[in-house]
Design a protein around this ligand. Structure first.
Ligand code: MN
Ligand code: MN
Length: 468
């Protein structure tokens, strides 16, 4: 290399922005830590396939660590740890800081709902000696991806007498599973002419659940009757109990390492349980924070955050209002001074589909946690575009703590778009920016993240909440 060249290389290093593979930046020991972290992460994914199961898992862990249910009438002191369980589908974790609440909160907000197939209100029917469930998909899915894969059933039913029964079947070794059937290619010629979006239609996402008749030749719908009898024996339910139920069909496969080098995690539901897990683990690792630290793990993001367990409801605002009231201050003072990481995934650059990304502004697997200044669609519609000042604060904080990070937009301009909960927090006058993990095959039944990015997300949430 000539002297002139090395000078240019040096100057480039000084002046250019070139995000690198995290493994080129961090130590081998830290790579090992990341791999170990993801072992527990996979266990969480396997135990938390729905928002309700994620809340249960998180609350159980919080209780072990000394978190107690939030009491509106109590006055909390620094170091106190509380959780607020919103209807079993969202949860807020909080540690009271040393600084007064009026100085604001260090907040993270992730979601624990994922795209899936919900059972319809009246789902059970029989056709040609087979029993099936009708479904209504939840969130943005490519419907064809949900056929011909093993599925499990999770959720709750409220029986006629008001009692509740929980369902979780198809996950454990030896349990039956379920499936949406698809046409064989030999007879799929007409179907293959449909567009990909239309390849499998909403009303074709029917779940196969049985085929043996109840043993009495006098009745009609004997297969359905036999299924109902089995369900009655196992869960004590009758058909009308489906009307007061939330039953979710999700992929039955388990989280696993992907790649010869085991560098990726493959699993259902990583959007956004990857950020939920890392944000929860970050607050669990906190000791006596300066600022009050709060992690929100919310429901309903995938369908627009509406509903009283989603962040477009007031449950978080009320929680802060109660905390503020205990300290004799206005809740809006707290919110105005609060800083938030909206913890959600971004689309990782996929070399097989490069056309939807713009390389200079895409996020990449293994280049660390991704900061997304704005999401939205078209001309930045439907987003909270974080300020330069707040972006500046966050990047400096990550650099100072050697957290590997990158920036990323959700695809090319006008290629599509999407949103996160950031806008609902911004609506409360909170400083907020999106930070999370790049994901391949987002919203597919099996999503891919890189272990180093997962670990960097955990580290980012932790240093953010540890601010002095
Ligand atoms: Mn998400
Ligand atoms: Mn999503």
């Amino acid at each position: 290399m000539s002297k002139e060249n090395s000078k240019a290389e040096e100057l480039k290093k000084e002046l250019f922005y070139e995000p690198k593979h995290a493994a080129e930046i961090i130590s081998a020991a830290e790579v090992k830590k990341a791999d170990k972290f993801c072992e527990d992460y996979k266990a969480f994914l396997n135990a938390s396939k729905t928002e309700r199961e994620a809340v249960k898992y998180i609350v159980a862990k919080a209780q072990k660590l000394g978190y107690v249910p939030f009491d509106r009438d109590k006055k909390y002191k620094a170091g106190d740890k509380v959780y607020y369980n919103n209807r079993g589908k969202s949860v807020i974790l909080a540690i009271i800081g040393k600084k007064p609440l009026k100085d604001g909160v260090r907040l993270s907000a992730a979601h624990i709902d994922s795209p899936r197939l919900d059972l319809k209100q009246n789902p059970l029917y029989e056709d040609t000696d087979m029993a099936l469930f009708k479904t209504h998909y939840y969130g943005g899915i490519k419907k064809y991806q949900w056929t011909a894969i093993p599925l499990s059933l999770h959720g709750v039913l409220i029986r006629r007498d008001g009692s509740k029964v929980e369902v979780n079947i198809g996950e454990k070794e030896g349990e039956p599973q379920f499936v949406v059937t698809d046409l064989l290619p030999h007879l799929g010629q007409e179907q293959m002419k449909r567009t990909l979006a239309d390849g499998v239609r909403g009303e074709e996402l029917n779940i196969l659940i049985g085929s043996r008749p109840f043993n009495d030749d006098k009745a009609s719908e004997k297969v359905k009757l036999n299924i109902m009898k089995l369900l009655n024996e196992k869960y004590g339910i009758v058909e009308s109990d489906f009307l007061s139920a939330e039953l979710e069909i999700v992929p039955a496969f388990k989280a696993n390492d992907i790649g010869f080098d085991r560098s990726f995690v493959g699993s259902y539901g990583q959007d956004d349980r990857v950020c939920a897990y890392t944000a929860a683990e970050a607050i669990f690792a906190l000791k006596n924070p300066t600022y009050t630290a709060i992690a929100i793990l919310t429901d309903k993001e995938e369908i627009g955050s509406d509903g009283n367990t989603g962040l477009n409801s007031s449950y978080f605002k009320y929680f802060v209002a109660d905390l503020a009231w205990q300290q004799g201050i206005n809740y809006h003072t707290v919110l105005t001074n609060t800083q938030c990481l909206s913890a959600d995934v971004n689309a990782a650059f996929d070399p097989t589909f490069p056309d939807v990304s713009e390389r200079k502004n895409a996020s990449y697997c293994n280049k660390g946690v991704v900061i997304t200044k704005y999401t939205g669609r078209a001309g930045k519609a439907g987003t909270s575009d974080a300020s330069a000042e707040y972006m500046g604060k966050i990047r400096n904080m990550l650099d100072a703590n050697k957290v590997v990070w990158q920036t990323g937009e959700l695809g090319k301009v006008d290629a599509g778009g999407g949103g996160t909960v950031a806008m609902y927090l911004a609506a409360l006058d909170i400083d907020v920016i999106d930070l999370g993990v790049p994901v391949l095959s987002m919203h597919a039944p099996f999503e891919i993240t890189a272990k180093l990015d997962v670990y960097m997300a955990y580290r980012a949430f932790k240093v953010f909440m540890e601010e002095k």
